[in-house]
Design a protein around this ligand. Sequence first.
Ligand code: 3PG
Ligand code: MG
Length: 347
Amino acid sequence: MLPRSVDTADVEGKVVLVRSDLNVPLEDGRVADDTRIQASLPTLRLLLERGARRVRVCSHLGRPKTDEDRAKYAMAPVREAVNAALGDERVEVLENTRFNPGETKNDPDFARELADGCDLYVDDAFGSAHRAHSSTVGVAELLPAYAGLLLLEELRNLGRLLGDVERPFVIVSGGAKVEDKIGVLQNLGDRADAVLIGGKMAEDVRTDNPFTFEAILPVDVVAAKEFAADAETQVTPFDALPDGWLGLDVGPETRDEFARRIAGARTVFWNGPMGVFEWPAFAAGTVAVAEAVAACDGFTVVGGGDSVRAVHEAGVAERISWISTGGGASLELLEGKELPGVKAIPE
Ligand code: 3PG
Ligand code: MG
């Protein structure tokens, strides 16, 4: 069951508190990628169109700890971007919720402070729905709570992967840490027709396979003599990396094999790059997966910051069925866990 939609709320003349996920990457004090801001706008526009008197938008930004972090993670650049997009005086972007130490403890005092003067609460922050914080859970207990449009779209699209999927169902997983993905793969892996694993994670799975299904590992890798963008490289078999060399990308044979399997899929979930794609010499594997997922005409879902960035860099984002705005939240949902931010909203 999905939480009740903001679409069903009577907001005319009301003061609405919205929790968005405006936790965007910053560079030199500017918004470096506005995907999450753009994704948050439809709910804000809906509230304005339906005559909300005020729309108070709150979000965390980064993980501020020290006093210096307060300057670094101030909401000003995000606020500017939201105001520029909406140009409506009824919208007010509040300061970073994590500047209040109570936020991450789900402190009821901070929740009361946020809820003060508001008539209802809309949670649109899918990316933070795995956090039980004052702004995601505490306020939902104080005000009539509704789910925003983005939150609902995320639940619908990711939820499809948990239900009866069209087959073949192919999962592609990568990245550095197997611990982050293990829960998802344990929950979904047995139901997939193929699980393709690349990245550093593939080496961990080869030495100590934690899964009950048989994962498809790389056959070759792009090996580097050292961990550097301009390192000397050679293509070697996956299980014959020369001593001291590092596998920093999947090799050409693996790329072809992974692309072939993705091409034949009717449902694809991809999370995690195939190598150190930030460096051009080791980007080919991740780009090949991005292109294959885009070319597949089945239902395709990409989640997690790095793979999302890769589909944007490869210029194929428009051809993916659903790109999740959540990293940890999408993984926890697909692990089969209940997300506290979702549970806090009535059905
Ligand atoms: C994210 O970027 O994953 C979300 O905004 C949550 O941020 P957090 O991991 O710092 O809670
Ligand atoms: Mg995270």
